[in-house]
Design a protein around this ligand. Structure first.
Ligand code: NDP
Length: 295
């Protein structure tokens, strides 16, 4: 039995289904005007995990009525050939969103490729123009995982203004954009990382803890103040009791005793990431349409 019976499970599966339903409705409305948003997904090589991610993205796109265009390139594709493809996708009016599945093979400069994507089609929100826009608090295409986390937080807590949020992790994909979004939502934000001192004490001051570390069950009840809301971004595969399983960066069972609400792994942040990719593709289609009308 849980020590605190009021602990609330933050159900990312259910919320992502709602987000996808919202996107589908808006896509159908656009299609009535003869506009069908299109998402190009580019995969270089045959990494099995990346293949699964790409397949899921394509399936989700089809479910919500977004046209998906898959580009599978061999692992030995040169950087210039990839940049050429990006240039073609940038120019293609049927493509509203471009996603390059990471990681890319070592001989390709990831940053050069991401910077080549038209910022208005950058549905991952990794282009420096969008990163800069986010840090200025502008409405730009935002990385999908942190955007999904914000939806979970708003649905759970309502107004976040004045809350102290501690983000564990400072990656460009999760930690930094998460911090920027929390700041935009008027939180007091502390970002901690592998060199931070007094990590546990800092976390224990937080109303909101976002763990994006990649260390299985790093955060347990002793890191949390009673009533904290916990968002666990981590996805770690471990072997336990003779079987392989997925766990987060938070020790879920232990954290339940302290937290007011917590995301499970799996079924928390994971499904939100893909839902926000669809939301971003729709947003990108709208941005490009607004740009075309203004010209
Ligand atoms: P990165 O490896 O890029 O970043 C990890 C961050 O955690 C770094 O800033 C690192 O600090 C920090 N860190 C590492 N060890 C510690 C420690 N012991 N104490 C405090 N901080 C530490 O990972 P990502 O941000 O890309 O991903 C984080 C996790 O989220 C992973 O498990 C990943 O699989 C998962 N993920 C899940 C997604 C989803 O859809 N649910 C999407 C993206 C990621 P430093 O900078 O000093 O090295």
């Amino acid at each position: 039995m849980n020590a605190i019976p009021s602990v609330k499970l933050i159900d990312g599966k259910a919320t992502s289904a709602r987000v996808l339903a919202e996107v589908r409705e808006e896509v159908l409305a656009l299609r009535e005007h003869g506009i069908q948003p299109g998402l190009a997904v580019v995969l270089v090589g045959s990494d099995p995990a990346s293949q699964v991610y790409v397949r899921n993205k394509v399936l989700r796109a089809e479910e919500v009525g977004i046209r998906s265009l898959e580009h599978k390139l061999p692992a030995d594709t040169g950087e210039s050939a990839l940049l050429q493809l990006i240039a073609e996708l940038n120019d293609d009016p049927a493509v509203n969103g471009i996603l390059v599945q990471l990681p890319l093979p070592g001989h390709i400069d990831e940053n050069r490729v991401l910077q080549a994507i038209d910022p208005l089609k950058d549905v991952d929100g990794f282009h420096s123009e969008n990163v800069g826009g986010l840090s200025q608090g502008r409405d730009v295409l935002t990385p999908c995982t942190p955007a999904g986390c914000m939806r979970l937080l708003h649905d759970t807590c309502g107004d976040l203004s004045g809350k102290h949020a501690v983000v564990i992790g400072r990656s460009n994909i999760v930690g930094k954009p998460m911090a920027a979004l929390l700041l935009k939502a008027h939180c007091t934000v502390t970002v901690v990382h592998s060199r931070s001192a007094n990590l546990r004490e800092l976390c224990r001051q937080a109303d909101i803890v976002v763990a994006a570390v990649g260390k299985p069950r790093l955060v347990d009840a002793s890191w949390l103040k009673p009533g904290a809301v916990v968002i666990d971004v981590g996805i770690n595969r471990i072997d336990e009791d003779g079987r392989s399983k997925l766990v987060g960066d938070v020790d879920f069972d232990s954290a339940l005793a302290q937290a007011a609400a917590i995301t499970p792994v799996p079924g928390g942040v994971g499904p939100m990431t893909i839902a926000y990719l669809m939301k971003n593709t729709l947003a990108a289609a709208r941005l490009q349409r607004a740009g075309a009308t203004a010209e």
